[in-house]
Design a protein around this ligand. Structure first.
Ligand SMILES: [Ca+2]
Ligand SMILES: [Ca+2]
Ligand SMILES: [Ca+2]
Length: 300
């Protein structure tokens, strides 16, 4: 079993830093996908965790970064992978630089297919809305275990850092077969899961479907094939071992780092300039690493 926690630690540090800089007046309205991962389970075990650097990802997003995110997997083994399922995980932050990432909440909408899906589309059958696991959420354990809890642990009454997951049953993946997972982010209701930033009055829906075949080539019902992979990312690879204990340790380390940053950053322009450098990637995210996968909100 492989898990990758080092990059998640980096996400948390970056989030903390940028949330601090927001208090100093960083302008702009935007959302970001701080983390995006896919977990393939088959034969009763986790086959692989794909972080955002995996070449299996590709996106077709509009200028505001709403649209489709695709994950294409091919069984390159010589055996059928049985009872397979794909779980997609997205940690989206809305207006992080304006009002932080912890002022948001989730709403379960439905497990119905998003509109305009092909006849072969497989809908999600499990879901989870939770804090990403840096503080109290248990979503990461469930991603690794392959069993989402179908629970919203970040409701409107207790806003926090929202992350979301959808699980898609695939059945058997024969040797050489390809599966495509299509995720959509939308400002209108497409079913699935909804994330709300009440201070910005912004709702973002996440929904998707799975289908066998390489989308746009083997299934004529599928939407147009996206542009060549545009989010082939260059962040950390997979690291092994003891994710939960590591995350508990990291949580303490992160808090310590935040304290240190507060201590040294009050009069420093360095923190702000670092975040500003990331912010320049907003709107041109297709060629940027996932950490700069900033979703520019539409000006309102
Ligand atoms: Ca926010
Ligand atoms: Ca949970
Ligand atoms: Ca979030």
């Amino acid at each position: 079993m492989k898990v990758s926690s080092r990059s998640r630690a980096a996400v948390r540090v970056e989030k903390s830093r940028c949330a601090m800089s927001s208090a100093a007046g960083v302008e702009g309205r935007q959302a970001r996908i701080s983390e995006m991962r896919a977990f393939l389970h088959a034969d009763g075990a986790l086959v692989r965790e794909f972080d955002s650097s995996a070449t299996e990802w590709a996106t077709t997003l509009d200028a505001n970064n709403y649209g489709e995110i695709r994950f294409t997997y091919t069984n390159k083994t010589a055996k059928t992978q049985t009872a397979a399922k794909l779980i997609a995980f997205v940690d989206l932050d809305v207006d992080r630089d304006l009002n932080g990432y912890a002022n948001e909440y989730g709403v379960f909408t439905s497990l119905s297919l998003p509109p305009g899906t092909p006849a072969s589309a497989i809908a999600a059958t499990s879901w989870e809305i939770d804090e990403p696991g840096f503080l109290f959420g248990n979503i990461y354990q469930h991603l690794v275990a392959g069993a989402l809890d179908n629970t919203n642990s970040v409701p409107a009454s207790t806003p926090d850092d929202v992350s979301m997951a959808l699980g898609f049953p695939l059945g058997d993946i024969k040797a050489g077969a390809t599966v495509t997972l299509v995720l959509r982010t939308s400002r209108i209701d497409i079913g699935g899961l909804r994330q709300v930033d009440p201070d910005s009055n912004v709702s973002t829906w996440l929904n998707g479907y799975a289908t066998f075949g390489a989308a746009g080539t083997q299934d004529p019902h599928l939407p147009e094939t996206p542009a060549p992979p545009s989010l082939i990312l260059v962040i950390t690879g997979l690291a092994g071992g003891a994710a939960y204990r590591w995350r508990k340790w990291r949580r303490g380390a992160t808090l310590l780092m935040v304290v240190l940053l507060v201590a040294v950053g009050g009069s420093s322009g360095m923190l702000h300039s670092t975040c500003s450098a990331q912010d320049t990637n907003v709107g041109s995210s297709r060629s940027q690493p996932m950490k700069a996968f900033a979703i520019a909100e539409q000006a309102e």
